[in-house]
Every structure is written in structure tokens, then in C-alpha cells.
Design a protein around this ligand. Structure first.
Ligand SMILES: *[C@@H]1O[C@H](CO)[C@@H](O)[C@H](O)[C@H]1NC(C)=O
Length: 135
């Protein structure tokens, strides 16, 4: 319990969200808009989920996270990220690209505007893609 409080304190201080403790229940904070200078904080999370999100794209082509366009954060027994981003379609074919080869797929041929809702508990290396959609 002590270590969880410790990490929550780190998250609170690093993203500066307002939070309150509701009795014995989870810590739930308000949703905060991250300033563009802080969009980089979600990049490792997005890259960790990139292949999972690409698996949901109904396309034979590999997609890469291209640019974070908007980020909201919320403290919920960890942190919840609401991310709007450009998912770049490349010319690499999924069925012909292995995990190592993905790094070479950087030629964006088309931009898809996507949104991901992620719940992360970084201290146990856990991140769930709660919602994902592209228009
Ligand atoms: C990979 O997918 C493409 C596009 O769907 C298809 O034309 C091609 O035959 C596939 N290649 C292999 C090796 O399955």
C-alpha cells in the first residue's frame, strides 16, 4: 500500500492534476488538458500499444503513431490518457513486416485521425487500451 501511495504521489506531481481521495475508494481526479509541451509524456505508452492499435485498423498496411494532437489526463488508480493522434499509414505490408522491420516503416502515405483512451498503471507495467477509434 505504501509503494502504491508513493507512485500515485509521483504521478500527481509529474502531471499536476487535481485529485481527491474518496474514503477507501480509488483516487479519482478531474480530467486535465495537458499542454502541448507535455504531449511527449504519452509517447512511450502509445508506442507500447502501437501494434495493438494497428491490429484494429482494417488495413493490410502497417500504421505508426505519427503525431500527438491532443492529450487529456486523469488520475484513476493510475493514470488514464485520452489521446488524439495522427496514425500514419505506411507502404509496409503487415504480412511482410516483422517486429524488427517495423522501425523501417516510416514513409507515411496517409494520415488517419485517431483517438485512444488508455488506462496505465506504470509501476506494474500494465496498460489497457479501453477505447480506440479512427475517423
Ligand atoms: C500480403 O497482403 C497483400 C495485400 O493484402 C497480398 O496481396 C499479398 O499476397 C500478401 N502476401 C503474403 C505473403 O501473404
Amino acid at each position: 500500500m505504501k509503494s502504491i501511495s508513493f507512485f500515485v504521489a509521483i504521478i500527481l506531481s509529474s502531471v499536476q492534476v487535481y485529485a481527491f481521495v474518496d474514503g477507501n475508494g480509488p483516487i479519482v481526479g478531474g480530467i486535465s488538458n495537458a499542454p502541448p509541451d507535455n504531449y511527449h509524456i504519452v509517447v512511450p505508452t502509445m508506442l507500447a500499444l502501437e501494434r495493438e492499435m494497428d491490429g484494429k485498423m482494417n488495413s493490410p498496411f502497417v500504421h505508426r503513431v505519427n503525431k500527438i494532437k491532443d492529450l487529456k489526463t486523469q488520475v484513476v488508480a493510475g493514470i488514464r490518457y485520452y489521446v488524439k493522434f495522427d496514425f500514419g499509414q505506411t507502404s509496409c505490408l503487415k504480412n511482410a513486416t516483422n517486429a524488427v522491420g517495423i522501425a523501417q516503416c516510416n514513409d507515411v502515405t496517409k494520415i488517419h485521425k485517431c483517438e485512444a483512451d488508455i488506462w496505465e498503471q506504470a509501476w506494474i507495467d500494465k496498460r489497457d487500451l479501453l477505447n480506440f477509434k479512427c475517423n
